[in-house]
Design a protein around this ligand. Structure first.
Ligand code: BES
Ligand code: MN
Ligand code: ZN
Length: 508
């Protein structure tokens, strides 16, 4: 894990492996490159010629571009790393925080293997420092746990220490921002680790054990229902999905409470530790990345622990619905009817539509405690990926204002999302000749159909939202910004901000 320190020190006096500076295209009307504020001392060491040196080396200031330069005399680092910030803002405007977060992420990743780097990026306000810290700590992430031998030796670890220059280590606001950024990034990275852990190791039981240990460490109460307790409780959805696997399912309840809390937020995560599709087996090409199907549970887990570590004045209950979806002689068949925890019966027409089954039980169970709001997070449908692409999650809800609030919060923390409807006419596609409802409906609008299914299991009068993170949860392309390959930790930052808003009473 990367360490974070604040420093008032100027860039010129820091002894480190590298100094990170920002470089941008001149704002509209201007020509060439500009060095972003925060790097004045570095530019001075280059005789005021840093921009032209970088330009000669081919730098354009484009977002995500990294240019490394041999240092100038007067600086105590051997290397200066310039990261592109896109187009510089006009005179009376400032660099936006997501841009800074991404740039810091690119720089940190480019410095993997290094011990210490000073970040001399533009810090106009505390929020800028927080964004840079977050981006650097998230961008530094590396998952090397499964490398061995020479491979392990060659694998570069994350940049060990990030020093934020031009900040005030003794200032309360700066200290709080740094603390929040460090905890949040650590927890997003914890979610990423869980997603990246292969499914032969991260079984439902193993996930529950990780949650139990972390709960102990951070003051979160953890209760685990094993397969026996699930059977006793009548959790037909979770048991039905787990029936085909040698690794039995679990329902984990995480409770963080604060003595001054006025509100309780319930978070539910889809935790399919591996989704083969079950008897409705996925074809080759569709199951290689399905270890990511517990990303919702990982996000919820990380968010609850973050709320606890930050001591937020709100109660947050997390429900991890954990099961492995496998085909076998004991697996649920297409055509089987499950009796859910709510008492409703579901005809399973496609065993690959398993997420909604485990979530339904958790939604009913969470509703019993009458929270002020429920948010479920799930890699639920391929249809949502077709609709919104790989980087944007869909937000559905039974309350328009709540859906809007979550979409806006996501935007604020730098997570792309889009509000989606729950059209009532799609409900009839799930009519079953045998049971109360089928687990599949019309193919068109499949993401919304899944949302409508979930809605039926939310307790009367409870505000609820559903985040379908099937697109952004797992990143298969080259890393960008602070997003690595593999597990991304999608929605953790949105959930944490939602908890903070709930704590401060800014949400209804
Ligand atoms: N876990 C998948 C959805 C998914 C797809 C997640 C791609 C991440 C990337 C889910 O369980 C699933 O299989 N959904 C089916 C539902 C269908 C059978 C109604 C789908 O989307 O095809
Ligand atoms: Mn599936
Ligand atoms: Zn799934």
């Amino acid at each position: 894990m990367t360490a974070l320190t604040l420093s008032t020190a100027g860039a010129a006096s820091l002894r480190a492996d590298a100094l990170v500076v920002g470089v941008a295209k001149s704002p509209k009307g201007g020509k060439g490159l500009v060095v972003a504020p925060g790097a004045e001392a570095v530019d001075k060491a280059f005789g005021g010629k840093l921009a032209s040196v970088l330009e000669t080396l081919g730098a354009s200031g484009a977002e995500g571009e990294v240019t490394k330069v041999f240092s100038a005399s007067g600086l105590k680092t051997p290397v200066v790393l310039a990261v592109g910030l896109g187009t510089a803002p006009q005179k009376d405007e400032s660099y936006d925080s997501e841009g800074l977060r991404r740039a810091a992420g690119c720089a940190a990743r480019a410095l993997s293997g290094a011990k210490k780097a000073g970040f001399a990026l533009p810090v106009e306000a505390v929020e800028d420092a927080e964004a840079i810290a977050e981006g650097a700590l998230l961008g530094a992430y590396a998952f090397t746990a499964y490398r061995s031998g020479q491979d392990a030796k060659d694998a570069k670890g994350p940049l060990a220490e990030v020093v934020l220059l031009g900040t005030k280590p003794r200032d309360k606001a700066f200290k709080a921002a740094a603390e929040r950024a460090a905890v949040l990034a650590e927890e997003v990275n914890r979610a990423r680790d869980l997603v990246n852990t292969p499914p032969n190791d991260l079984t439902p039981e193993a996930f529950a054990a990780v949650a139990t240990a972390a709960g102990k460490e951070h003051g979160v109460k953890v209760q685990v229902l094993d397969e026996k307790a699930l059977a006793k409780g009548g959790y037909g959805g979770i048991l039905g999905v787990g029936a085909g696997s040698q690794n039995p399912p679990r329902l984990v309840k995480l409770s963080y409470t604060h003595s001054k809390a006025a509100k309780t937020l319930a978070l539910i995560g889809k935790g399919i530790t591996y989704d083969s599709g079950g008897i409705s087996l996925k074809p080759a090409g569709h199951n290689e990345t399905m270890k990511c199907d517990m990303s919702g549970a990982a996000a919820v887990f990380a968010a609850v622990v973050t709320a606890a570590r930050l001591g937020l004045e709100v109660n947050v209950t997390g429900w991890l619905a954990l099961a492995e979806n496998m085909p076998s002689g004991s697996a649920t068949r297409p055509g089987d009817v499950l009796r859910m925890y709510s008492g409703k019966t579901v005809e399973v027409l496609n065993t690959d539509a398993e997420g909604r089954l485990v979530l339904a039980d958790a939604l009913t169970r969470a509703s019993e405690e009458n929270p002020d709001a429920i948010v479920d997070v799930a890699t639920l449908t391929g249809a949502m990926v077709l609709a919104l692409g790989n980087r944007t999650f869909g937000v559905m809800a039974n309350d328009d204002a709540f859906r809007t609030a979550i979409h806006e919060i996501a935007e604020e923390v730098g997570e792309a999302s889009w509000p989606m409807p729950l059209p009532a006419d799609l409900r009839k596609g799930m009519d079953s000749p045998t049971a109360d409802i089928a687990n599949m409906g019309e193919r068109m609008g499949g993401g919304l159909v899944a949302g409508l299914f979930l809605k039926e299991f939310v307790g009367e009068g409870i505000t609820w939202a559903h985040l379908d993170i099937a697109g952004p949860a797992f990143h298969e392309g080259a890393p960008y910004g602070y997003t690595p390959k593999g597990g991304t930790g999608s929605s953790v930052r949105t959930l944490v901000k939602l908890a903070e808003r709930t704590a401060s009473g800014d949400l209804g």
